[in-house]
Design a binder for this molecule. Structure first.
Ligand code: CU
Length: 454
């Protein structure tokens, strides 16, 4: 047996013990290092550091510790992969497999992913760490893991057949490499990726800057993807090329996307990744503006960062934005492609905008008594009518908001910026100061301002 082809049995007593390290693992890692003398912080470099070369000097100093060396990243609706430190190396374990996943209340599908979830747990480490990542394959076909954006030895790159042999069903492979950079990266299969990514196999890989001088108060990670789940089916269809009908942040569609809870004045970082099959996503934020500070190629020098309220995240890339949360409220953050903020609507029907529905209804009801034409005045009503929908589908799902029905879906979430917050617990809806909510105009106002209404 070569050391890179462990079987499941070989893992007993070694790799599987990594699995047992749950949320306590990070704490354990801290404990292991609690007694170590901390090296003095390195002198600040005169110029902006080159992420790769500076990291190389510091490499293997010690494994970075959560809370001490970095502010842990928050993956809304997701999880962070536990690890243990063995002889200074961070040891992780990913297990591929099949499971039932709920996209939003009303829609479940049989998906593939890592450690029982899609998106897979976020791998989090620090520049200069060495990582050893075991990958156990419980899929019915081979797989591999590509560490997207990470500079590593060619044989660790995860392109099946090119970098290393495909990981057969039932076997465990070992990847090991140094992290000589920092930023936002991703992991995904590079074997039958059309199928495996379409079913949910993807995750985020965050490498924190070592000795980052100004850390954000909140550091979020969001991975976009798209799915085709036919009405009445319960598996994503990997053959779809164009008509995706479930669009997700971290594999959840609104209203199941967890809000990003932010305290007023917080320095906030959001890391966006996109592993959709075919779509780029312009992610737009309301009420705030951010700076684009990094891509998966590295940090952008301060003078080169540009302001945006919409950042385009192309397929197979990451974009990191930062901003100060200066404006309290409930702020939508969503893909600006209008078909990407809806849930499982059919796109093949005729447009009925402007049609006289009553005539069609009268004619059609002679053979279909229940028939009712919809959509002639727009499609917002679809979400609000509470009409029955086919089993295991969310074609009209939105949610009740504080001021009416929110008829959004898909790649949509809410930033909740408040004077005071408690972690990520949902503070409820924003309480608007008096006089700051749009309302029906009064006749007196219209007259005063010279607005003529028919
Ligand atoms: Cu989009």
């Amino acid at each position: 047996m070569s050391d890179s082809t462990l079987t499941r049995r070989d893992l007993i007593g070694q790799g599987l013990s990594v699995l047992a390290a749950s949320a306590a693992a990070a704490t354990m890692a801290e404990a292991q290092h609690a007694g170590h003398k901390m090296p003095p912080p390195p002198a600040a470099p005169a110029a902006a550091p080159d992420a790769v070369s500076v990291a190389h000097v510091r490499r293997r100093a010690r494994a970075g510790v959560s809370g001490q060396d970095y502010t842990p990243v928050i993956t809304p609706n997701g999880a962070t992969l536990p690890f243990r430190v063995v002889d200074g190396v961070k040891v992780f374990h990913l297990v591929t497999g099949e499971f039932s996943h709920e996209f939003a209340p009303g829609l479940k599908a049989t998906c593939w992913g890592y450690n029982g979830r899609t998106i897979g747990p976020t791998i989090e480490a620090v520049e200069g760490d060495r990582v050893r990542i075991y990958v156990t394959n419980r899929l019915p076909e081979p797989t591999s893991v590509h560490w997207h954006g990470i500079i590593l030895p060619s044989g660790m790159d995860g392109v099946a057949g090119l970098s290393h042999a495909p990981i057969p069903s039932g076997e465990t492979y070992r990847y090991e490499f140094d992290l000589n950079q920092y930023g936002t990266y991703m992991y995904h299969p590079h074997y039958d990726e059309m199928t495996q990514q379409a079913l949910g196999m993807m995750g985020l890989f965050v490498i924190h800057q070592r000795d980052e001088r100004r850390r954000p108060n909140k550091d979020f990670a969001m991975l976009s993807s798209e799915w085709r789940i036919g009405i009445g089916t319960s598996r994503p269809d990997p053959n779809e090329m164009l008509d995706f009908n479930v669009l997700t942040f971290n594999s959840k569609a609104f209203p199941a996307t967890a809000p990003l809870v932010i305290q007023l004045g917080d320095d906030v970082r959001i890391r966006f990744g996109n592993l959709s099959a075919m779509s780029h996503h312009p992610i737009h934020v309301h009420g705030l503006a951010w700076r684009v500070v990094a891509t998966d190629g590295g940090p952008i020098a301060r003078d080169g960062q540009w302001p945006e309220s919409t950042v385009l995240v192309p397929v197979g890339s990451t974009r990191t934005v930062e901003f100060e949360a200066t404006n309290p409220g409930d702020w939508a953050m969503h893909c600006h492609m209008t078909h990407h903020t809806m849930n499982q609507m059919g796109h093949s029907g005729l447009s009925l905008l402007g049609v006289d529905g009553e005539k069609i209804d009268a004619a059609t009801r002679s053979v279909l008594p229940e028939y009712m034409t919809m959509g002639q005045g727009g499609m917002g009503e679809h979400a609000t009518m509470g009409m029955p929908v086919p089993r295991n589908s969310i074609p009209m799902l939105g949610t009740a908001g504080p001021k009416g029905y929110i008829d959004m879906g898909g790649m949509f979430t809410i930033l909740k910026v408040r004077e005071r917050v408690s972690g990520q617990s949902d503070p409820g809806w924003y309480q608007d100061p008096p006089g700051t909510v749009a309302r029906a105009a009064t006749v007196e106002e219209l007259r005063r301002d010279g607005i003529a209404i028919d």
